[in-house]
Design a binder for this molecule. Structure first.
Ligand code: PHE
Length: 387
């Protein structure tokens, strides 16, 4: 059995390897499917998940939340988009932004994909933690796989009647109190503010921002669930709030982790710095991550003409291709020049790739080989002409 077959055989997600023309899941992404970093109790993502779950256990002692952390990331387009009212034709549905297994199946791009199915199954207060997948640019804070935590809390008429509030007032104020408490649980006393936002599945919608190291940072998105979702779950006379947060983003702030690729590192210099139970609110008295020396970067530029009559090239697809070739060795892909030549009626792009390992020094040979592969696949797969 060859290497790939063996890996496919050992991975429980083997059935996503289809030859469907819509399938855009690369081997690199496929290999992330069974990693479940959020389930490793001594991993920063696992530690943060536990701390957040502890907060919800404490706050909702008498009406406990149920925690889900092993729902499959392979979901229907119905669950990922339609069930949360993402309009037809919305950009997030494109195969430029989302990984498709086939026309009706995707790698979830948010944990909101589980809201409706869980409500339908009778869940009323729950957290869902899981890996989510998005085709995106490449830099120190973006990785095509990351982890989210979703929270949903449903209220029934007696909840708001007892407090003489409208259902919307109750959901809105409970949402804010709960999430402000969560932020204090994580950051200690810190300045925060609510900013109006838009999500198709909540109204009103907000982002919660904290003032950290001199700047306002967004830490989560949330809102009062659209009634039509509750109707769909036969909860028409109920109200609910929902929120979603990215674990990597929070962990990078709380533990002082400088590059998102580190979460995937198996280097002991990284992993031995994290231990379940180490977390302290606001980091007070907590040993933060201490970076081991950075290895030197290696820059490579590539310039090319885009084909006039092909739409294959997009920045996300380029990034996907580079990830597939270089894996965790690519740190950043950046457009550094773009111009249109009216005589040729053609557009030229120049991208700078930063190669750097988190674990060792790269050799020139190794980087040149990676760059050669990228260049030839660019021509073969994205219809560009190298300059
Ligand atoms: N799903 C949203 C995202 O990925 C976050 C969110 C969840 C917003 C629940 C509101 C309510 O950005």
């Amino acid at each position: 059995m060859n290497h790939l077959l063996l890996r496919v055989f050992l991975n429980p997600y083997a059935d996503i390897f289809t030859d469907d023309p819509k399938n855009n899941v690369s081997e690199y992404i496929y290999e992330k499917l069974d990693k479940n970093l959020h389930l490793q109790t001594n991993h920063p993502l696992g530690i943060l998940k536990t701390v957040i779950e502890e907060y919800f256990s404490m706050r909702f002692k008498h009406k406990p939340f149920t925690f889900y952390d092993d729902l499959t990331p392979i979901v229907s387009t119905q669950a990922n988009f339609d069930s949360v009212l993402v309009p037809p034709g919305h950009v997030s549905r494109s195969s430029n932004d989302t990984y498709y297994v086939d026309d009706n199946t995707v790698l979830r791009c948010h944990t909101s994909a589980h809201q409706l199915e869980l409500l339908k199954s009778g869940a009323r207060r729950f957290l869902v933690t899981g890996d989510v997948y998005r085709r995106d640019s490449i830099d120190a804070t973006h990785f095509p796989v990351f982890h989210q935590m979703e929270g949903v809390c449903v209220f029934e008429p007696q909840d708001w009647e007892a407090r003489q509030l409208s259902s919307l007032e109750l959901a809105n104020s409970e949402l804010k109190i709960t999430l402000e408490g969560l932020v204090r649980h994580l950051f200690g006393e810190i300045q925060m503010r609510w900013v109006d936002a838009y999500f198709p599945f909540t109204e009103p919608s907000y982002e919660l921002e904290i003032f950290f190291n001199g700047e306002w940072l967004e830490v989560l998105g949330c809102g009062v669930m659209q009634k039509s979702i509750l109707d769909e779950a036969s909860l028409g006379n109920h109200r609910a709030w929902a929120f979603g947060l990215g674990l990597e983003r929070l962990a990078m702030i709380l533990f002082d982790i400088p590059d998102i690729r580190l979460f995937w590192s198996t280097d002991l210099r990284f992993s031995k710095q994290f231990k379940a139970g180490m977390f302290r609110a606001g980091g007070v008295g907590m040993q933060k991550f201490s970076s081991y020396s950075k290895f030197p970067p290696c820059y490579k530029d590539v310039s090319f003409w885009l084909a006039k009559d092909s739409t294959r090239f997009t920045e996300n697809t380029l990034c996907e291709l580079v990830r597939d070739v270089a894996g965790n060795l690519i740190e950043e892909v950046k457009l550094i020049d773009e111009f249109y030549n009216p005589k040729l009626d053609q557009t030229s792009n120049c991208f700078r790739f930063t190669y750097r390992s988190m674990e060792r020094s790269l050799t020139d040979d190794e980087v040149n080989q990676l760059q050669e592969q990228v260049r030839s696949r660019l021509v073969d797969e994205l219809d560009v002409t190298l300059r």
